[in-house]
Design a protein around this ligand. Structure first.
Ligand SMILES: Nc1ncnc2c1ncn2[C@@H]1O[C@H](COP(=O)(O)OP(=O)(O)O)[C@@H](O)[C@H]1O
Ligand SMILES: [Mg+2]
Length: 344
């Protein structure tokens, strides 16, 4: 009763703690934070860590920092690389969006990468409690993605969602409000960026950083041949001569560069389909497959996957926001919450 009363006054929060981006949604108010999951740390002469920046400001420092500053992506590969920095980041985002908005401490539901261990989940939970949360629930990412994509997850009907983020691709088959089958692989946006940088080095002797590679991916990248190639100019350092130079690359180069990681995402999807129980597989044939996460925006990926598995593939509305939206909906519907979150 008292708890119920408290709940009415506090601004409960949903957090999508992604490997590339963190989003915070305040109940009844929508998305309040949407920033890269990056922390810039400065080391003083005693070797102590100090936060210099978090989010976009910190991402802008990546690859441009002097020796005593480090820009860290604490969850980069879907595991917690640095517990301290992860806690700093979670606290920062919670405090930033909660500032003086409410007298009572909020309930927080956090969607974490699916591959996190029990120890890592506990650390995330404790970080949020330390930041002032009254209750912390965790939700599995494929489930949040499916809710956010508007799939009827509570029905006795199989649905398949593929969430392609920065560090991980998570594939889930959902029926009756539960995750029937799932797979998480560490091949997603970051791997595509690395493959692009590598290809450009091999083919053009040009050294480019991950950020330039990411920009190329977004600007002209494609998973299938395009009717008309997209072209752009890239600047970087000649790996042989050491001089600064620029070259022209097109979408066919990008397709070639991203071919292998995209093939692996396709293989993971195929293997999940092969393991899906026949009745649910029948549902998926009818319902199709839904893509969420930033990777859903890769040009032609829907067509590539659809041709590969011979099923319809759809892109969720605003795929970069799907998990945050789903986590926010779970916050409103306590019955979904109880079925999908786990207390440890
Ligand atoms: N238009 C786009 N085309 C291709 N990839 C994109 C696009 N927009 C964002 N991305 C990629 O999506 C990834 C981030 O997706 P997101 O769902 O936020 O990841 P996470 O949930 O792991 O934080 C990054 O690798 C980014 O480069
Ligand atoms: Mg995500």
């Amino acid at each position: 009763m008292f708890k119920k009363l408290l709940g009415r006054f506090s601004n409960d929060m949903a957090i999508d703690l992604g490997t590339a981006n963190t989003l915070v949604l305040i109940k009844g108010q929508g998305i309040s934070i949407n920033e890269p999951s990056v922390v810039a740390i400065q080391y003083d002469k005693h070797g102590q860590e100090h936060i210099l920046a978090v989010g976009q400001e910190a991402k802008d420092m990546v690859g441009k920092t002097p020796g005593n500053i480090k820009a860290i992506r604490p969850m980069k590969d879907g595991v917690i690389a640095d517990f301290n920095v992860t806690e700093m980041m979670i606290r920062y985002f919670i405090e930033k969006s909660h500032k003086r908005k409410s007298f009572f401490s909020p309930r927080i539901i956090i969607c974490v990468p699916y591959g996190l261990t029990q120890v890592e989940r506990k650390a995330v939970k404790e970080s949020a409690l330390n930041a002032g949360a009254r209750y912390v629930y965790l939700i599995e990412e494929p489930m949040a993605a499916a809710i956010g994509a508007g799939l009827p997850i509570k029905d006795p009907n199989g649905n398949l969602v593929v969430d392609i983020g920065g560090g991980t691709t998570e594939i889930g088959v959902i029926s009756l409000g539960g995750l029937v089958l799932s797979k998480s692989i560490r091949i997603a946006g970051d791997k595509l960026d690395a493959s692009i940088a590598n290809y450009i080095k091999q083919k053009f002797n040009l050294l480019v950083g991950d950020r330039v590679a990411e920009e190329l991916k977004i600007k002209i990248g494609t998973a299938v041949p395009l009717e008309e190639d997209l072209v752009t100019v890239v600047r970087g350092r000649d790996s042989v001569e050491g001089s600064l130079t620029s070259i022209e690359v097109n979408s066919e180069h990008l397709r070639e560069a991203m071919k292998e990681p995209i093939r692996e995402i396709g293989e993971a999807l195929k293997s999940v389909l092969e393991e899906t129980p026949p009745d649910l597989a029948g549902d998926i044939v009818e319902n199709g497959i839904v893509l969420t996460g930033g990777g859903a925006l890769i040009r032609g990926l829907d067509k590539y996957l659809s041709d590969l598995v011979k099923l319809p593939v759809y892109i969720a509305e605003d795929p970069l926001l799907a998990v945050a939206r789903g986590t926010g909906k779970a916050l409103e519907e306590i019955d979904i919450l109880q079925q999908t979150s786990y207390e440890d």
